[in-house]
Write a protein that binds this ligand. Structure first.
Ligand SMILES: Nc1nc2c(ncn2[C@@H]2O[C@H](COP(=O)(O)OP(=O)(O)OP(=O)(O)O)[C@@H](O)[C@H]2O)c(=O)[nH]1
Ligand SMILES: [Mg+2]
Length: 348
């Protein structure tokens, strides 16, 4: 197998180390580039090929970006390689279910536009998800050409976290997109996340993917029809790989307390000085966080968003854990019923 060629689709030593030592050509390595439900599109050294989902998922549930070891003859998955990072969220809707977004991503471009879609609380939400997953977030503010003062928005976004990287650009302009090339080099996988209509596919095409469907320009982003309907992975001429995603209407957080603590480390540091350990930072006496808001050192919006996101992820984490426990109990119950039936049958 030509591992140098695999590097062009994001292969790293981390994956190489997981391969069995002696293989004799019995298996091939390939990466999930799209998931169509009944078929999985794979990308390997000999290009793209489709595998029926029953064969592809025989080694576990798959996300775009996963690496598989497949049997050379029938393409049945022998092993899904351990993931370097995994991005997932609470599935949209009332039911609390986890939904895989993508695997093995190094950098997430959090795409917002410089018009109506610009929203600091939404960026914080994406940041928590990106950090929790172990990826590097870069905030990309598109449609700078439609905004009077894009630099003011960039500065606001930069203040969300020390060292946070923020780029403003016209997503249609290749020269602007060059600013993102440092994250798109050999062996690197980047994913675009953001609301519908902010310019994710436009940016992907400008970065060299080409051929992705682009929506009509609309009065407001985030609303209406989604142009991209399935996520897909594409090699870039800069040596990296890019995953384009459909627009996300409401990004609900899964368990991500660590990610939130990292993104809101300023509030966490303040909270260490509260008089009571169980302070809920809602205006109680002796609360160092409330004092910082009153002194104008901490934005009330930021505190409110932190408390909201913390409660949301705690609720979803608890419900997901309860659901898993309920599924386990139901499984045990079914097993006991089947055993009981067998015993009855054997005895009669
Ligand atoms: N003026 C301007 N228009 C842009 C820019 N980026 C994207 N657009 C336009 O915005 C519209 C929507 O762009 P898309 O790339 O389809 O947006 P998307 O984020 O992929 O949307 P979904 O696939 O629905 O999630 C298109 O008409 C683009 O030409 C930009 O930086 N400046
Ligand atoms: Mg799109």
């Amino acid at each position: 197998m030509d591992y140098q060629q695999l590097r062009a689709i994001g292969w790293k030593p981390f994956f190489q180390q997981q391969l069995p030592p002696d293989d004799d050509g019995a298996t091939v390595v390939a990466r999930v580039s799209a998931h169509f439900g009944s078929q999985v599109l794979m990308l390997g050294t000999s290009g793209e090929f489709r595998v029926p989902v029953q064969l592809a998922e025989s080694a576990g549930e798959l996300a775009v970006g996963d690496w598989l070891l497949l049997s050379s003859d029938d393409h049945r998955a022998v092993l899904r390689l351990e993931r370097h990072t995994l991005l997932h969220r609470k599935a949209a809707g009332a039911e609390v279910k986890s939904q895989l977004i993508a695997a093995n991503i190094d950098t997430i471009f959090i795409v917002c536009s410089c018009n109506e879609d610009f929203n600091l609380s939404r960026i914080e939400r994406y940041l928590a998800l990106a950090v929790e997953a172990g990826t590097t977030p870069v905030v990309v503010l598109t449609k700078s050409d439609l905004c009077d003062d894009p630099d003011a928005l960039r500065r606001q976004a930069e203040q969300l976290h020390a060292g946070l990287l923020v780029e403003t650009l016209d997503a249609r302009d290749p020269q602007h997109a060059e600013a993102l090339e440092p994250w798109c080099g050999p062996g690197q996988t980047v994913a675009l996340l953001g609301s519908s209509g902010v310019g994710k596919s436009t940016l992907a095409n400008t970065l060299g993917v080409g051929g992705l469907a682009i929506g009509e320009i609309r009065e407001t982003d985030g609303k209406g029809r989604h142009t991209t309907t399935a996520r897909s992975l594409h090699p870039l001429s800069t040596g990296g790989v890019l995953i384009d995603n459909p627009g996300i209407r409401e990004l609900q957080l899964p368990a991500c307390e660590d990610g939130l603590h990292d993104v809101f480390d300023d509030i966490v540091a303040l909270a260490a000085n509260c008089r009571f350990n169980d302070c809920n930072h809602n205006g109680d006496a002796g609360c160092a966080v409330t004092a910082a808001v009153e002194a104008g050192e901490l934005d009330q919006r930021r505190l409110a968003n932190y408390l909201k996101l913390l409660a949301e992820q705690a609720h979803n984490a608890r419900t997901l854990a309860e659901r898993r426990e309920a599924d386990r109990k139901l499984g045990r119950f079914y097993k006991s019923v089947i055993k009981g039936k067998r015993r009855l049958r054997d005895e009669t």
